[in-house]
Design a protein around this ligand. Structure first.
Ligand code: 6PG
Length: 220
């Protein structure tokens, strides 16, 4: 766990780390693929990233998870990332959302699984964590989330959250594990305690402890 004095320091460091990886992926393969979480915690990080002078047109961005809501909803992760990250110098990045057919949850999943094939070998996954120990949209006490952990091949699943919006869409564990770098960003002592005590499978984050390459933490 890398601990920072302030959230701003954390964001600067993580922003630099992600930029370095993006630059070297583009140099190596001509493209960088990154998978980003929603929620409130990473918003200022995305603002900082949007100001980084990278070859954004060569960056493919996918989501770690999404709420099954229309993309103009205040709950949409796609909307948040489009508004906050895809601005300034990052406006030319390519963002692939997870809500492609709002009329049909099952058909939507088929379509997302197809379009996310290109993101299976990503360079970066940025995870967050809830105070109930969920990560991505892999929740405690949910059968579909359990399957996300038990799966052996990368795929996207429809899962169920305990709170609204309940219908979720999430990368499964193999999809996340396949990434070259897996970062977890958490803030606040409460989340630190959840992470440290998450030693049972009741807390989905427990199943990712070995996969996460770096935990970025600040208590502020
Ligand atoms: C989401 C997420 C989710 C998030 C945690 C933490 O769409 O909600 O991707 O996994 O990272 O719920 O959320 P906060 O950052 O808002 O605490």
């Amino acid at each position: 766990m890398i601990e920072f004095q302030t959230k701003q320091h954390l964001e600067e460091s993580l922003c630099n780390r992600m930029s370095e990886i993006i630059v070297s992926a583009i140099k190596e393969k001509g493209v960088a693929k990154i998978l980003l979480s929603g929620g409130g915690t990473p918003k200022d990080l995305y603002r900082k990233l949007s100001l980084c002078h990278l070859e954004w047109s060569k960056v493919i961005i996918g989501l770690v998870d999404e709420r099954f809501v229309s993309i103009d909803s205040e709950f949409s992760n796609e909307k948040m990332i489009a508004q906050i990250l895809l601005q300034n110098v990052a406006k030319d990045a390519n963002l692939y959302g997870m809500v492609q057919n709002i009329k049909d949850y099952t058909e939507n999943l088929k379509s997302v699984n197809k379009s996310y094939q290109k993101l299976i070998d990503s360079d970066i996954v940025l995870l967050g964590m809830g105070t109930d120990g969920h990560t991505a949209s892999i929740f405690p006490e949910d059968q579909s989330s359990r399957e996300c952990i038990l799966d052996v091949t990368p795929k996207i699943r429809n899962t169920n959250a305990p709170n609204d919006p309940k219908k979720r869409i999430s990368l499964n564990k193999p999809f996340i594990s396949n990434s070259k770098h897996i970062f977890l960003m958490i803030t606040g002592d409460n989340k630190r305690n959840v992470f440290i005590q998450a030693n049972t499978e009741k807390y989905p984050i427990h199943c990712f402890k070995d996969e996460v390459s770096e935990v970025y933490f600040t208590s502020n």
